[in-house]
Design a protein around this ligand. Structure first.
Ligand code: BG6
Length: 462
């Protein structure tokens, strides 16, 4: 029998994302429906009690409608195994449990803080059949880059690199996957995709929520580590990469990695022209956040990729919490043929609306020479059928792990390169005594981020 074991089964991620994804998979008969789901946690629950808890979360967060009968069918595959996973003495009992259940094929999901990854992996190394299983881990992959590197070695020594799946849930998003198709299947864009025609690219991930219940984790991370070095660097590298020989597998990773390695080195430009950090005004009163915290909840970056394709076209990135709206998009701003007409703009909308927006110049209707902009707005997610058929990121990624499709996951060298780059920027920012500026919750972020673009003749498109 096959089992998906989730360590950290009573945490936010399991309740909000994993259980709803597994429920959807169960309703749709996805590959994950063939797995028993074993939840490991320290709290005193019986399986029945846990299933009742899960019912509420699924009801609230599953994309497919909740139905009693469908939930009961799903829940019949879910068991709770109580265990302190930080104590190696407890793993023989888990081993016995697996044997009693006749489980021979494993996927382990480490939905816990990275300080537990090593302990769990060591524990599992003594469980029969476990080291031959797959492991899914979530960022952060360690407390800092050095620790993450050491941890990575430890995990690879037990499970081998081929069986470690590092989730970046942005790679499971419909329109992130679509960037390749939009770029490479439309001559209209393929042939114009370089700095001769593109003036700048803007990648924005605006969130309306604050840190909510995750202040403890977030205060040690900040926006750069939480969003930029993983999710937004994945997007940046897909937008900027050369055409991979094949879109799946190693080729694509190699092209993405090349982009990250070609980022203009930190320090080559004055840091104040590269990075701007902000913090929302009531952040320090959030639970588990330090009263004098200097952690950034907002970051804006101006980056260059030093290769032939992109020389001279900046990539602007911004992300932040409590920005008054939830919106994630990639805006490609084309160069103008003359100063008196507007830019052509292509926007790949990632969420909440999924779609593509295209703006171009046309003559105003009537007897006039005036030029105006046509705005074509294609909303993919507005088609009801699409909404029902589009799996959520976690559903997709669980399926990809089961099928062994590694290209849906982050590779260690990508993580290391991005992380290193971000750490260098952060260090330079500190060394230059640049401030983490305050911005008012519910506004689009610090005005200084507008000024950063303004100094170079640009503005955020939306
Ligand atoms: C997570 C971050 O990886 O992504 C969160 O840790 C952030 O801080 C979240 O809110 C955003 O994900 P999504 O799918 O809501 O855009």
């Amino acid at each position: 029998m096959k089992a998906l074991t989730i360590f950290g089964g009573t945490g936010d991620l399991t309740f909000r994302k994993l259980l709803p994804a597994l429920y959807n998979g169960s309703v749709l008969g996805a590959e994950s429906a063939e797995y028993r789901v074993i939840i490991i946690g320290r709290r005193e629950y019986t399986s029945e009690q846990y299933r009742e808890l899960a019912r509420d979360w699924v009801r609230k967060f599953a994309r497919l409608p909740y139905e009693d009968a469908a939930f009961d069918r799903f829940a019949a595959r879910v068991d709770y195994f109580r265990m302190d996973f930080s104590d190696s003495a407890n793993y023989p009992a888990l081993d016995e449990y697996y044997r009693a259940q006749n489980i021979s094929e494993h996927i382990f999901y480490f939905a816990v803080a990275p300080r537990f990854f090593g302990i769990i992996a060591e524990g599992l190394s003594h469980v029969q059949g476990a080291p031959q299983g797959k492991v899914i881990i979530e960022k952060p992959f360690g407390e800092n880059l050095a620790a993450a590197g050491a941890l990575n070695k430890r995990l690879e020594a037990i499970f081998t690199s081929e069986r470690i799946y590092r989730i970046d849930h942005y790679l499971g998003k419909e329109m992130v996957r679509n960037i390749e198709t939009i770029r490479f299947s439309n001559p209209l864009f393929t042939n114009l995709w370089d700095s001769r025609f593109i003036e700048c690219v803007q990648i924005s991930a605006m969130e309306d929520v604050g840190v909510e219940t995750r202040g403890g984790y977030y205060d040690g991370a900040g926006a750069l580590k939480d969003m930029v070095q993983n999710h937004l660097f994945q997007i940046l590298s897909i937008v900027a990469m050369e055409r991979p020989y094949e879109f799946s597998g190693a080729d694509m990773h190699a092209e993405q990695l090349r982009v990250l390695r070609e980022l203009r080195p930190a320090g080559a430009e004055p840091i104040r022209d590269t990075l701007l950090l902000g913090q929302y005004d009531d952040y320090r009163t959030e639970a588990q956040v330090g009263s004098y915290s200097q952690t950034e909840t907002y970051a804006a970056l101006r980056l260059f990729i030093d290769n032939d394709r992109w020389r001279g076209a900046p990539f602007y990135i911004r992300t932040g919490k409590k920005l008054g709206r939830r919106e994630m998009e990639v805006a490609v701003i084309f160069r103008r043929p003359r100063p008196d007409v507007a830019h052509n703009v292509l926007i790949i909308k990632i969420q909440p609306t999924e779609g593509v927006y295209l703006q171009f110049n046309i003559q105003k209707p009537g007897d006039t020479d005036e030029i105006t902009q046509a705005k074509m707005d294609f909303c993919q997610s507005c088609v009801l059928e699409n909404r029902i058929n589009t799996p959520e990121a976690y559903e997709r990624l669980l399926g990809a792990c089961i099928r062994g499709e590694r290209f849906w996951f982050s590779q260690w060298d990508q993580i290391e390169t991005g992380w290193n780059y971000i750490e260098n920027l952060r260090r330079l920012y500190r060394e230059d005594h640049l401030p983490v500026v305050s911005y008012k919750s519910g506004t689009p972020g610090p005005l200084e981020a507008d000024a950063l673009l303004g100094r170079f003749g640009h503005r955020w498109f939306s």
